[in-house]
Design a protein around this ligand. Structure first.
Ligand code: GLY
Ligand code: MN
Length: 495
């Protein structure tokens, strides 16, 4: 038999390695064993990196706070898995928020387990072992093999970097099955974990307590949110610099420019960029961004950079595309600005979460009435049994902000929606007025105009700090800022 005669292949998914062949998956030719041996030998082995995750001590403190809430119970918090985008390509992975909050780990398939001990809990981070040169997946597995997708942290590396005990994810099933303590699980992230651990009626309490722990931001989180906002400010400047390119080419240019800044400075955008030009600004979550950009219209840009530590900004500005507000645009803009200022002024510790909303809606209702568009007097329109102003204001004024753009979503109402603001909370204040292009209750000159102004506000010991004050809000200042950016002549991203 010559060496070019293919001998019989005797490997399969069930029997992946034989004397002569290695099975590398369906629709791919098996590899000769000799090549497999060649590919898994003679690689230099480095020492693991000794760097420590910047939030490691914060993550440990957060685990202790969670531990104190669930004495005697095992807590299982998965991050989730890669999700298929199409066939054999995946979406970029984004860690589960609560898992990330407690570990700082941004790799798929990992699970945090807190096991009760005499004084609290032992924390173990379960991760898949590396698919490095010691395994045939190293070059046969395009999804996980390190020759394909780069190294990731196995147990040894994860333990050093995240400062936590780590174990092979292959041990998770055995270890949980041997547990005698009740097990609570954060469900909906990892189907294999959901299947492994029976549902417990207290599972939702775990989700709720995690959301409530995340309400107060620690110093590291505030620093990260400020960084995310600062990158976002740069992204807005990039968009203004590129506006003349977007005119005639469309909203995709605006989305692309902002998202490029997000990817250059951080992990990604924290939510789909809303690049809403003209009457698209009256659609609250306009994310298709396939409309035209025309001189004389407004651009409503609602966008946030998510930094590498996954905290996101959430900022909206409404800008005149030609650099100057028309009288009708300015009238509306000034009402929304006054409403936002009233909302921000209501943010302080001890105030109700809904106080900024109430303050802003009062101003919006008054402004709409003065314009003659709202037919009910404000005191009538604002009545609980009436609420006619909402035809034009559409949404509430605030939500919490943090790792998620709509953060702490599982907190109880009495801690969040009907609760009080506390030092360390970060929330948006984002009133808007939206006149649909076909709204017969609105004079024609105002139809198709949407204005929203959104800032990210930290509750301090005595009041509030606007983290996004780096972007102008006053209409004169916006016009001057746009003109200055254009006069500077620097291209977007300095490219
Ligand atoms: N930035 C989008 C929202 O807050 O809904
Ligand atoms: Mn928002």
């Amino acid at each position: 038999m010559s060496e070019n005669t293919i001998p019989e292949v005797d490997v399969s998914a069930e029997n992946p390695i034989s004397d002569n062949w290695v099975w590398v998956g369906p629709h791919r030719p098996p590899s000769p064993r000799a090549l497999f041996d060649l590919m898994t030998s003679q690689w230099q082995v480095g020492e693991p990196d000794t760097a420590v995750h910047p939030a490691a001590t914060h993550s440990a403190r957060r685990r202790e706070a969670l531990s104190a809430l669930f004495p005697g119970q095992v807590l299982v918090i998965p991050t989730g898995n890669l999700k298929v985008r199409a066939n054999d390509t995946d979406y970029n992975f984004r860690a589960g928020t609560d898992f990330f909050y407690l570990t700082g780990c941004h790799e798929p398939d990992a699970v945090l387990v807190l096991t009760p001990n005499d004084t609290g809990h032992d924390a173990t981070l379960y991760v898949p072992e590396r698919r490095d040169h010691r395994t045939h997946e190293f070059y046969t597995d395009a999804r996980y093999g390190e020759l394909w997708v780069g190294p990731r942290r196995g147990t040894k590396e994860a333990s050093l970097y995240y400062k936590i005990a780590a174990a092979d994810i292959a041990m998770l099933k055995t270890n949980l099955e041997s547990s005698v303590a009740p097990i609570l699980t954060l469900r909906g992230y990892d189907t294999s974990v959901d299947t492994l651990v029976p549902a417990n009626e207290l599972d939702s309490k775990l989700e709720q307590e995690l959301s409530e722990l995340r309400l107060v931001k620690d110093a590291f989180e505030i620093e990260q949110l400020q960084a995310a906002v600062n990158y976002t400010v740069k992204g807005f400047e990039d968009v203004v610099r590129a506006l003349s390119v977007a005119v005639g080419r469309g909203e995709r240019v605006i989305e692309g420019i902002f998202n490029l800044r997000a990817r250059v400075e951080g992990n990604d955008v924290g939510y789909n960029t809303i690049a809403a030009s003209g009457s698209n600004a009256t659609i609250l979550h306009w994310m298709r961004n396939d409309g035209e950009v025309r001189m004389g219209d407004l651009l409503l840009l609602d966008a946030g950079v998510e930094c590498d530590n996954l905290y996101t900004a959430d900022v909206t500005r409404t800008l005149p595309i030609n650099g100057t507000f028309s009288p009708a645009q300015r009238n509306l803009y000034e009402i929304v600005l006054r409403a936002q200022e009233a909302g921000i002024a209501a943010v302080k510790p001890g105030a109700k979460f809904l106080d900024p909303n109430e303050a802003a809606m009062q101003v919006l209702a008054e402004g709409l009435y003065e314009l003659g568009i709202l037919k009910d007097a404000p005191e009538v329109s604002l009545r609980k049994d009436k609420q006619s102003y909402r035809r034009y204001t559409l949404h509430g004024v605030s939500h919490m902000l943090g790792l998620d753009v709509h953060d702490c979503a599982h907190a109880r109402d009495d801690q969040y929606y009907f609760g009080e603001l506390k030092e360390g909370f970060v929330l948006t204040v984002e009133p808007g007025i939206y006149f649909q292009p076909n709204d017969l209750t609105v004079p024609e000159e105002y139809r198709g105009i949407g204005v929203r102004i959104e800032d990210d506000i930290l509750v301090t010991a005595t009041g509030a700090k606007n983290l996004s004050a780096g972007l102008p809000r006053d209409p004169d200042e916006i016009e001057a800022w746009m003109k200055k950016l254009w006069a500077d002549g620097v291209p977007a991203l300095g490219l």
